[in-house]
Design a binder for this molecule. Structure first.
Ligand code: AMP
Ligand code: FE
Ligand code: FE
Ligand code: ZN
Length: 289
């Protein structure tokens, strides 16, 4: 087994992270990581910049994105590794998701204004550096205007589930999202499954049976918010369903100060071995690596 380590779930300023793609790669190199995947929400915009920087630093950067689907009124997140920037169907789906985000941002702003808060879509746009704009940017605008002190406080007071300015996202069905990513050549990973409040081992077992039929390849076993029980359950079910193991920090930079690049919830690192196994699987399927 190689002694090298990877991080297969990271965010940059292109969505709701605070490091530019170049800075993220520089940080990854400084942490001694051999490879990262850039997996911004609903966009692959940062991938080319990140890959250019990775070449300079002598590390590997895998193209990726995080794409959400809806099951029983709840978001389920997928990470598409090797998500192709050149795929027209994938880019059309990501564009649609970003447009739904913008419609929702307007609805959230209206709710905040109705609560007497002085905030506009321009204030939010000024807090975003990339094309994928969402609640963390609204949280930054609220912070700049001194309505709240931290991003977490913005979610707990206004933006989170069941809070006064909450608006659900419009998302596709899991079969559509998984099939699209798989058909376009991505390795489809079920991201942080145990973060869902409704998730039990039995439910995850059922979901994985369906997801695998539609093209799921891997489960994110290691994640910054997966502790012992979550790792135990996801590892056992990944093996039961013959799915690959993935792992990443879900690093976002300063908006999630407790999440560190390259480190998962048990405090360890993700071995390169898991990335090597994904590559082997892709080569066997005739896919690029
Ligand atoms: P959105 O994609 O617009 O629905 O916003 C969800 C994003 O907000 C997540 O990907 C996280 O980056 C961030 N987020 C969610 N909950 C919190 C929280 N409690 N505190 C800070 N950031 C959060
Ligand atoms: Fe995020
Ligand atoms: Fe996620
Ligand atoms: Zn993420």
């Amino acid at each position: 087994m190689s002694g090298l380590f990877v991080d297969l779930h990271t965010h940059s300023t292109v969505s709701d992270g605070t490091d530019t793609p170049e800075k993220l790669v520089a940080n990854a190199a400084a942490c001694g990581l051999a490879a990262i995947a850039l997996t911004d929400h609903d966009t692959t915009e940062g991938v080319l910049q990140a890959q250019k920087a990775a070449k300079e630093w002598g590390i590997e950067c895998i193209s990726g994105c995080e794409y959400a689907v809806m099951i029983e009124n709840e978001e389920i997140h997928l990470v598409g590794l090797w998500a192709p920037h050149s795929s027209k169907p994938l880019q059309a789906a990501l564009l649609a998701a970003r447009q739904y985000r913008m419609d929702r941002n307007f609805m959230i702003i209206e709710k905040l204004q109705a609560l007497g808060i002085d905030i506009s879509i321009e204030d939010v746009a000024a807090c975003a550096q990339g094309e994928s704009v969402g609640r963390p940017h609204i949280a930054s605008a609220l912070q700049q205007k001194k309505y709240i002190k931290t991003s977490t406080e913005a979610f707990e007071t206004y933006l989170g589930w069941q809070k006064p300015a909450f608006v659900p996202r419009t998302l596709t069905k899991p079969e559509e999202g998984i099939r699209l990513l798989a058909e376009e050549g991505a390795t489809v990973v079920l991201a942080h499954p145990m973060l869902s409040k409704k998730m039990t081992k039995e439910r995850l077992d059922d979901l994985l049976s369906d997801f695998k039929k539609w093209g799921l390849s891997a489960v994110e076993v290691y994640h910054s918010r997966h502790r012992n029980d979550a790792v135990r359950i996801t590892l056992e079910l990944a093996q039961k369903h013959d799915l690959l193991i993935s792992g990443g920090s879900d690093y976002h930079g300063t908006t999630k100060p407790n999440v560190h690049l390259g480190i998962h919830g048990l405090g360890g690192r993700v071995p390169m071995l898991y990335l090597d196994k994904m590559k082997e699987h892709r080569r066997r399927a005739g896919l690029w690596v």
